[in-house]
Write a protein that binds this ligand. Sequence first.
Ligand code: ZN
Ligand code: ZN
Length: 135
Amino acid sequence: MELKKCRDCRTLFQYTSGPVYCSRCKLNHESLIKDIKDYLYDYPHTDIKMLSEALNISPKLIEGFIRSGRIELTSDSPIKITCDVCGVRIQHGRVCDDCQKETADSFKEVSGGGAKKEAEEAPMKSEGIRMHNRR
Ligand SMILES: [Zn+2]
Ligand SMILES: [Zn+2]
């Protein structure tokens, strides 16, 4: 467990995993997301700026919800976010499909090395258990 500062209300809280928000803000976000979804259902052609003004939510927060995939955009929505790597327009996530493929490939190399190391250690561990059981 580690203490982190909530990115929204700036209070310290016990951080476990996922976005760095305290449980109160997370709950609050759930209702904001509901509001945004409702609003987009009624007005599908609203962009982030209009949303943020209509619902009084910071544009950054709205963008974060979209990037994390919690708000799905219709294909004709004026809301567009851009790939962190190449800047092409995307509908959700942080990077476009092409860049995602590239980062996935480099991830594979990294985690592949990690798995190999684990595999080297694992037989020793299980052998130790077996020997222990025999005695
Ligand atoms: Zn908070
Ligand atoms: Zn890209």
